[in-house]
Design a protein around this ligand. Structure first.
Ligand code: HAM
Length: 431
C-alpha cells in the first residue's frame, strides 16, 4: 500500500515577494533601461556571489551598523564557516576588485551591478527582506569629478524613466582628519541634552554620535536642529573637495539640498555622501544612496584606492514607476511582414524570413495560412513597414510584390534583389 503524505501548503517568507508573469515585462524593461544608461556612462557590469564570508561585511560595512549588528542573514555552512547573504553589493565588489587585480588593468574602473540583496528588517512599504539593488562603483579616482559622475549617473537613470520628482540630498562626512574632532564637538553639544534623546540615541552617544543626527524621532530632531554641522567643520582638503563637488554639480545643472543630517547607515564613507529621495515613496523615501569611500579598498587588503559609488532599490524604482504609470517602450514594429499564399510560397518565405532576421531586420510571418486580405490587415495592425507578398504567380516569375504599407505603394522586386532591396529601404528610412 502506498503511503500518502499529509498535504502541507507553504507561503512565501515575510518580506519576500514573487514577481509574477504579469509584472515581469515591466521589470525586464526597467532592467534594460538601467543596462543601457550604465553602458552610455561607460560602466561595465560585474556579477559577484550572493553570499560571502561574514567577516567581509562585518569589516566592510562596520560592526556597529544596524545592517551588521541586526539585519544580516548569517549561517554556518557544513564546514562551520560563517557565511552571509549579501546585505549590499559594495563590499563584494571591492573584494572582487582586489582579488582579480582590476586596479592593475586600468587606472580607473567603472563597474555596475544589479541583483538580489538581503536584510532582515521589519517589512513595510518599500522595505523588504529580499530586495534588488542596482548600483555602480568607480575605483581609482580621488577627483571630485568622479563623485559627480556617480551622482549624475544615478540621476541619468531616473531621468531615462522620465522621472523628475526627486530631491538630491548632499553632505560631506569628512575624513580621518576632521571627523573625530567633529564627533567630540558634537558630543559636547549633545551632552547637556542627553536626557532628552531617545534610548537608541543615548546608546549611540559614545560610539556613533553621527547617527543621532539622522534619528527620525521628533524630540531628537528638535534637540539636534541647531547642532554644529560637519560640512562646516571640514579640514582644508575635505572642504576643497566638497566645494568642487558642489561646483561641478552646478555645472552639470544639478540642484541639490545640503543636508547635515545625512550620515548614511554604513561606516565606510569618507567625504561625499548623498541620497536621492522621492515624495512618492512614503516613509522609506530613499530611491538611492551612496558616496565616497576612500579607505575601504585598503581596509579589505587592497592597495590604497579611492572609490565612490551608489546603490538603488529596484522595488522602490518600480513603486514610483507605478505612480507615474510608466509604460515601457513597445517592441519595435516589424520591418517586414512575410505574406505567402500557399504551401510552396510559405516554404520560400520561411527561408527569406530567416535570412532577413539574420541580417538584423525584425520580421513577422503569417502563421495561420490566412488569405491575402487577412494577412495585410495583420501586417497593418502590427505597423509593419513592408509586406512581402508571394503567391504562385510570383514564384513562377521569381518576383515578389513588396508593399510599402504606410505609403500604400507597391513594387515588383526580383527574388535575387529582395534582401538587399529591403535592407536598403530600411536603412534609408533610418531604421
Ligand atoms: P543603502 O543606502 O543601504 O546603500 O541602500 C541603497 C538603496 O537600497 C536604498 O536607497 C534603497 O533604495 C534600497 N534599499 C535598502 N534597503 C532596502 C530594503 N530593505 N528594501 C528595499 N529597498 C532597500 C548601500 O547599500 C550602499 N552599498 C550604497 C553604496 C554603493 N555606497 C557606495 N557604493
Amino acid at each position: 500500500m502506498k503511503l500518502k503524505k499529509t498535504p502541507m501548503r507553504f507561503q512565501r517568507l515575510k518580506g519576500t515577494r514573487d514577481i509574477l508573469p504579469e509584472e515581469i515585462g515591466k521589470w525586464q524593461a526597467a532592467e534594460a533601461v538601467i543596462h543601457q544608461v550604465m553602458a552610455r556612462f561607460g560602466f561595465s557590469e560585474i556579477r559577484t556571489p550572493i553570499f560571502e564570508e561574514t567577516e567581509l561585511f562585518a569589516r566592510g560595512i562596520g560592526q556597529l551598523t544596524d545592517i551588521v549588528s541586526k539585519e544580516m542573514y548569517t549561517f554556518a555552512d557544513r564546514g562551520d564557516k560563517s557565511l552571509t547573504l549579501r546585505p549590499e553589493l559594495t563590499a563584494g565588489v571591492v573584494r572582487a576588485y582586489i582579488e582579480n587585480n582590476l586596479g592593475k588593468k586600468q587606472p580607473v574602473n567603472k563597474l555596475y551591478y544589479l541583483g538580489p540583496t538581503f536584510r532582515q528588517e521589519n517589512p513595510q512599504a518599500g522595505r523588504l527582506r529580499q530586495f534588488h539593488q542596482f548600483g555602480a562603483e568607480i575605483f581609482g579616482s580621488p577627483d571630485p569629478a568622479a563623485d559627480v559622475e556617480a551622482i549624475t549617473l544615478s540621476i541619468g537613470i531616473y531621468r531615462a524613466f522620465q522621472l523628475d520628482r526627486f530631491v538630491v540630498k548632499l553632505n560631506s562626512v569628512g575624513d580621518a582628519v576632521c571627523r573625530e574632532p567633529y564627533k567630540n564637538t558634537l558630543r559636547e553639544y549633545l551632552r547637556p541634552r542627553l536626557n532628552h534623546l531617545c534610548q537608541t540615541c543615548q546608546q549611540r552617544f559614545e560610539k556613533n554620535p553621527l547617527r543621532i543626527l539622522d534619528c527620525k524621532e521628533e524630540s531628537c530632531r528638535g534637540e539636534t536642529a541647531a547642532a554644529p554641522k560637519l560640512f562646516e567643520s571640514l579640514c582644508a582638503d575635505c572642504s576643497r573637495h566638497f566645494a568642487r563637488v558642489r561646483e561641478l554639480l552646478t555645472a552639470a545643472g544639478i540642484t541639490y539640498d545640503l543636508d547635515f543630517r545625512l550620515v548614511r547607515g554604513l561606516d565606510y564613507y569618507t567625504r561625499t555622501a548623498y541620497e536621492i529621495v522621492s515624495d512618492q515613496l512614503g516613509a522609506q523615501d530613499a530611491l538611492c544612496g551612496g558616496g565616497r569611500y576612500d579607505l575601504l579598498v585598503e581596509e579589505l587588503g587592497g592597495a590604497p584606492t579611492p572609490a565612490v559609488g551608489f546603490a538603488a532599490g529596484v522595488e522602490r524604482l518600480m513603486m514610483v514607476l507605478e505612480k507615474i504609470a510608466w509604460q515601457p517602450a513597445l517592441k519595435p514594429a516589424p520591418a517586414v511582414f512575410m505574406a505567402p499564399l500557399g504551401e510552396a510560397a510559405t516554404a520560400w518565405a520561411v527561408q527569406i524570413a530567416q535570412q532577413l532576421r539574420l541580417q538584423g531586420l525584425a520580421v513577422e510571418m503569417d502563421l495561420l495560412s490566412r488569405g491575402l486580405k487577412a494577412q495585410l490587415r495583420e501586417a497593418n495592425r502590427q505597423q509593419a513597414r513592408f509586406a512581402v507578398i508571394v503567391g504562385d504567380n510570383e514564384l513562377q516569375n521569381q518576383h515578389a510584390t513588396v508593399r510599402d504599407l504606410p505609403n500604400s505603394l507597391q513594387s515588383e522586386v526580383a527574388f535575387a534583389d529582395l534582401i538587399s532591396y529591403l535592407q536598403q529601404s530600411m536603412q534609408s528610412r533610418g531604421s
